[in-house]
Ligand binder design. Structure first.
Ligand code: MOS
Length: 722
């Protein structure tokens, strides 16, 4: 167990994030946002702003910085600001003021007069459910409606009607923002037609590609640097408005430009998680066997039909064995900020609905909710033949129940002084994916090695994982590895998204290490080399032949080489035709609801996870702990309130509630560790997102156990428990 290599730099303030970079002659940009939700910018008067002290330029849709629309495979188009006069949400970037200082830019922005031709705005998901349209196909190609029926069953309705026990209920979840600690920002510097951008993001090679497309540059003319990222969670997957505008303005003005969103601007000028409405219908046998499961979902998108929160798609991919399954996924385009990936997209809000409904079924059946879940354990995704590669969910529940004292859960309310105490449980699942990745290994004559890939470490510990997997693959101590990340000039890989980074980059490291070792052993046996013509093996950082050995550094020095440089590339492949892959977990929590004030507090929580091999126990634990805390946050704290005019009523850190230390008890994280080498050579499946899945339902189920009140929306507030 080792601490993250970058931790000392972060806790001492020595880590330089994107906006911490400064350059001679640098000027500052301030983003101007719309104050209507729908309409057209009719006129912008920049006279006062342009004559304000220190102002260099004011860019608006009438005087834009030209930017093309970037498009990446899988991700699609990325929106760029200022290219037309349309306003489609309140808080949309519509201007950019550049001045000698940040304060001058900010103050001048307040002097810009904007006139709008306003149109009626649609801002409420609940009010516009009737106008829903089918979602486009999911990222994996899944259609918006899926039905699986048992042989001989005429329709899903018939299967449900024939079920002896039925639960039907509607659940809703709130709009959320990633609210990463580091606001979206960028510093852009041009040198002889080439651009360097310092900006926190989830993959530096993707940021460089997007900027090159937007600025119509050759890909190699853009250098994206992001050594440290202050939280991302899906919200820094695409290039941000400050990065586009700072880059374009720096080119236009011939000066380095720094731009950062304010905390309030982050809530609208980026993208967040959609609100959802989810209707569940579950039919079961009296012994708990699921007969029919229907999950219909609605979520909002922006008017350009941004990311769909795939709550129903999760149910069709990973959850329970059922003979009859029906899912639908619908969208309601609104005049609200764009939606995008947010930690466990789909599974996080989807599991609140599904796992609450399963709890309701357990109550109706008079059955233990763990027993109900284990009884319906799936061996493959519903309607598919490919079995899960490795699944120990039942063991997670067994260990968790024992550790948490589940057996002591009384059937009714337990009290402790003025507190009503309840326990809740839920399943956590998240698909295990992998992306193509390339990693470079450089062996050096001083017996050290560099392991490098472009990606990013948004606080996940990937940098440390590069070091650990590199050390293992090269059979040398980790302190002789220099890991490098967060620079688009490095081999492309290690995107931090989709819980994929360790499996993707790790596999590429192993392939690169094999190539490096092959090259070393060949080098040692070359004519004139120390082991000429002999059979050479490699272990422990040394080459061996006939009982003689030398370190790889000695070998390189002897043959006059400074380095051996190789790259390894991996991509998902044949394994996808053989198995299905997901990570698993069992979430437990104890909630106390105050008898008189009705406040709900989580007093104990435990997650037991099956995520394949764990590379760094400490970092893995921290990841899961963070996810579980986010689940409590979703259950009891977080939610954006959208006013009728589209303004976010609580888009700031004063009123967008997030848990603080006092809200979170000791978080207990356990692993059952079964390396999954059917998924990838490293044996590690993803764990970045699964921690949050199921936790909101576990909290709501515990609230029910404590009070007998079933709350079918999150966040749960005092008013719900009166
Ligand atoms: Mo993420 S939601 O893993 O980018």
């Amino acid at each position: 167990m080792i601490a993250r290599l970058d931790a000392p730099l972060k806790v001492t303030g020595a880590a330089k994030y994107g906006a911490d970079h400064t350059f001679d002659g640098m000027v500052y940009g301030y983003v101007l946002l719309s104050t209507i939700a729908h309409g057209e910018v009719e006129a912008v008067d920049t006279t006062a702003a342009k004559s304000a002290p220190g102002v260099l330029e004011v860019y608006t849709p009438f005087d834009p910085l030209p930017l093309g629309t970037p498009s990446l495979p899988i991700f699609g188009d990325t929106w760029v600001p200022l290219q037309d006069k349309e306003v489609t949400y309140y808080g949309q970037p519509i201007g950019f003021v550049v001045a000698e200082t940040f304060e001058q830019a900010r103050d001048a922005a307040a002097l810009v007069e904007v006139a709008y031709r306003e149109r009626p705005a649609r801002t409420s998901l609940a009010e516009h459910l009737d106008s829903a349209e089918p979602a486009p196909p999911a990222m994996d190609g899944a259609p918006p409606e899926i039905e699986v029926l048992e042989d001989g069953v005429e329709s899903f309705e018939a299967a449900l009607a024939a079920s002896p026990v039925v639960v039907e209920a509607t659940y809703t979840t709130a709009t959320q923002n990633h609210a990463a600690m580091e606001p979206h920002s960028a510093v852009a510097v041009w040198d002889d037609g080439e651009l360097t951008v310092y900006s926190g993001n989830q993959a530096s090679h993707m940021q460089a590609a997007e900027l090159a497309m937007a600025l119509q540059l050759a890909p190699e003319a853009v250098h994206a640097v992001n050594p440290f990222v202050g939280g991302a969670f899906g919200g820094k997957g695409r290039t941000s408005t400050p990065a586009f505008l700072a880059s374009a303005a720096a080119r236009a003005l011939g000066r380095p430009v720094k731009a950062a969103l304010t905390r309030e601007q982050v809530f609208t000028a980026t993208a967040g998680r959609a609100a959802t409405v989810q209707k569940l219908a579950i039919g079961a046998e009296p012994d708990g066997t699921l007969v029919a499961l229907r999950h219909d979902s609605w979520c909002h998108t922006d008017t350009a039909r941004s990311f769909v929160e795939p709550t129903s798609h999760g149910t069709s991919r990973e959850w329970y064995a059922t003979k009859n399954l029906s899912i639908s996924q619908k969208i309601v385009p609104l005049n609200v900020p764009p939606t995008t990936f947010m930690r466990a997209p789909g599974e996080a809000p989807g599991s609140f609905a599904l796992e609450s409904a399963i709890d309701e079924l357990a109550v109706k059946l008079g059955m233990d909710p763990i027993e109900l879940r284990v009884r319906n354990n799936s061996t493959a995704p519903p309607g598919h033949d490919l079995q899960w590669s490795s699944k120990h969910l039942d063991e997670c529940f067994r260990i968790g129940a024992d550790r948490f004292g589940w057996a002591h859960r009384p059937p009714g309310t337990r009290t402790d002084g003025d507190w009503l105490v309840g326990m809740g449980v839920a399943t956590a699942v998240f698909p295990a994916l992998r992306f193509p990745a390339t990693v470079g290994i450089t062996l050096r004559a001083d017996d050290t090695a560099v392991v490098a890939t472009s990606g990013a470490d948004p606080g996940t510990g990937l940098l440390t994982v590069l070091s650990l997997v590199g050390a293992e693959s090269l059979d040398i101590p980790a302190d002789r590895i220099t890991p490098r990340l967060g620079d688009s000039a490095l081999p492309p890989g290690g995107m931090s998204g989709g819980s994929t980074a360790t499996a993707s980059a790790g596999t590429a490291i192993m392939l690169a290490a094999t190539k490096a070792i092959d090259e070393l052993t060949a080098l040692a046996a070359d004519p004139g080399a120390p082991f000429e013509g002999r059979q050479v093996t490699y272990a422990d950082g040394c080459v061996f032949a006939d009982g003689e050995s030398m370190t790889f550094g000695e070998l390189l020095r002897t043959v006059g080489r400074e380095t051996v440089e190789v790259t390894g590339t991996s991509a998902p492949g044949e394994e996808l035709t053989k198995h299905s892959f997901a990570s698993w977990g069992a979430q437990f929590c104890e909630v106390r609801v105050h008898r008189w004030t009705r406040e709900a507090r989580v007093s104990r929580m435990l997650g037991v996870f099956d995520a394949g091999r764990i590379i760094n126990d400490k970092a893995a634990r921290s990841q899961l702990m963070g996810g579980m805390i986010w689940g409590v946050s979703a259950a009891l704290h977080e939610g954006l309130e959208i006013e009728a005019n589209g303004r976010l009523a609580n888009g700031d850190f004063a009123s967008y509630l997030l848990p603080v230390n006092a809200d979170i008890p000791e978080v207990d994280v356990q692993f059952v560790e079964y390396p999954d080498t059917l998924h990838n050579a490293v044996g590690a499946r993803g764990l970045g997102e699964i921690g949050t899945v199921g936790m909101a339902a576990a909290v709501a189920n515990a609230v029910y156990n404590a009070t007998g009140i079933r709350v079918r929306h999150i966040p749960i507030t005092i008013e719900d428990l009166l």
